[in-house]
Design a protein around this ligand. Structure first.
Ligand code: TRP
Length: 346
């Protein structure tokens, strides 16, 4: 296949911290696999991160690089995939302004992901988000529009993401549809992207309470060492009814078992299920086994990360050249867009 007929992927992450195993099973694994099949662009979405961290921009200087290192660690190959930084790509901002012209407020207000996130800025009345105008910022409320610009500035066809992102891809499809209808005279000026969600069910944090998040202290990071993994896993919550080692357990309600199902080999999962139910496998030993499995998983990640950590200039080079390449694509897209709209005055 030649580069010109390969379909394109765009996906990305907000650099608010190091990436964790939730990111790995939700989307990174897919990206590693698909990067050879699709022309892949991976966006470090620092502007989107600033929609909640505008008062702490210094955090991003560090985390942009950490996220890049996490990418290299899991096997995203910068010789194959283009890794780029959002704030250094002006066409994304320009497209956001254009998309914002015809996107209705209600579309944003009813976006389930935004709604969950915006609850602290407003309040819910039934199913409706009532906006707290004193707290909610324009940039935060509009970030799904900016995400549509992220996806379309390279005219992407496929967006591998975690399932929480699906409403954003839906909105992007709507925006592309409106754009093409308004300005395309029947033609698909911008391709309609599709979401690709990993087939592994979403993992809760190790506490079993909430989604995985570094700030919640319930996640295993891609960059964790063996000791931290053991510590995090030993703190995990298991079946609340299994109090003593020999009590029969209920794997179906046990969060640690949910992790085994994702990360342990199938025959081991079957043994664990049997021995937990019969009461021969205690939770402490069960967690030790999970810790070992996760330690083995991240071992190669750590090795690759270490190589890149020792070559900071190469990391900068990858980000700079990826960003330049992506920006050139974006400029081309913007030309197409301006032409379709008839605002290519000279
Ligand atoms: N919103 C995504 C997240 O929080 C990150 C992101 C920004 C993204 N731009 C994107 C994902 C474009 C896919 C495509 O994880």
């Amino acid at each position: 296949m030649t580069a010109s007929i390969r379909k394109r992927i765009l996906t990305g992450d907000r650099p608010t911290g190091k990436l964790h195993l939730g990111h790995y099973v939700g989307t990174l694994m897919n990206r590693v696999k698909l990067q050879h099949e699709y022309e892949t662009f991976i966006l470090i979405a620092d502007v989107q991160a600033l929609s909640t961290h505008w008062d702490r921009p210094e955090v991003l200087r560090e985390t942009v690089r950490e996220v890049a290192l996490d990418y290299f660690a899991v096997g995203i190959d910068p010789a194959v995939s283009t890794i780029c930084v959002q704030s250094m790509i002006p066409p994304i901002a320009e497209l956001s302004v254009i998309y914002g012209l015809f996107t209705r407020m209600n579309k944003l207000r009813h976006n389930p992901t935004l709604k969950t996130e915006a609850q602290s800025y407003g309040y819910m009345k039934g199913d409706d988000l009532m906006l707290g105008f004193d707290k909610l910022t324009y940039g935060f409320f509009g970030y799904p529009i900016s995400q549509a610009a992220d996806i379309t500035f390279v005219r992407a066809n496929l967006v591998p993401v975690g399932e929480d992102q699906v409403p954003h891809i839906e909105l992007c499809r709507d925006i592309v549809g409106w754009f093409n209808q308004l300005y395309g005279r029947g033609a698909q000026v911008i391709p309609q992207p599709e979401a690709l969600v990993g087939d592994i069910p979403r993992l809760s944090g190790l506490d079993g309470q909430s989604k995985m998040g570094k700030s919640l202290g319930n996640a295993v990071l891609i960059s964790d060492d063996d000791a931290s993994i053991l510590e995090s896993v030993m703190r995990a919550v298991t079946d609340p009814q299994k109090i003593r080692r020999n009590d029969p357990g209920h794997p179906e309600v046990c969060n640690v078992f949910a992790y085994h199902r994702v990360f342990s080999p199938p025959d081991e999962v079957a043994c664990i299920e049997r021995d937990c139910r019969s009461g021969t496998l205690g939770c402490v030993e069960d967690k030790r086994r999970l810790a070992r499995t996760l330690q083995q998983l991240v071992e190669p990640f750590r090795q690759r990360r270490a190589v890149w950590e020792s070559r900071p200039d190469d990391v900068t080079d990858v980000l700079m050249s990826g960003t330049a390449r992506a920006r050139a694509e974006g400029e081309e897209t913007l030309q197409i867009v301006r032409q379709a709209m008839g605002i290519d005055y000279w």
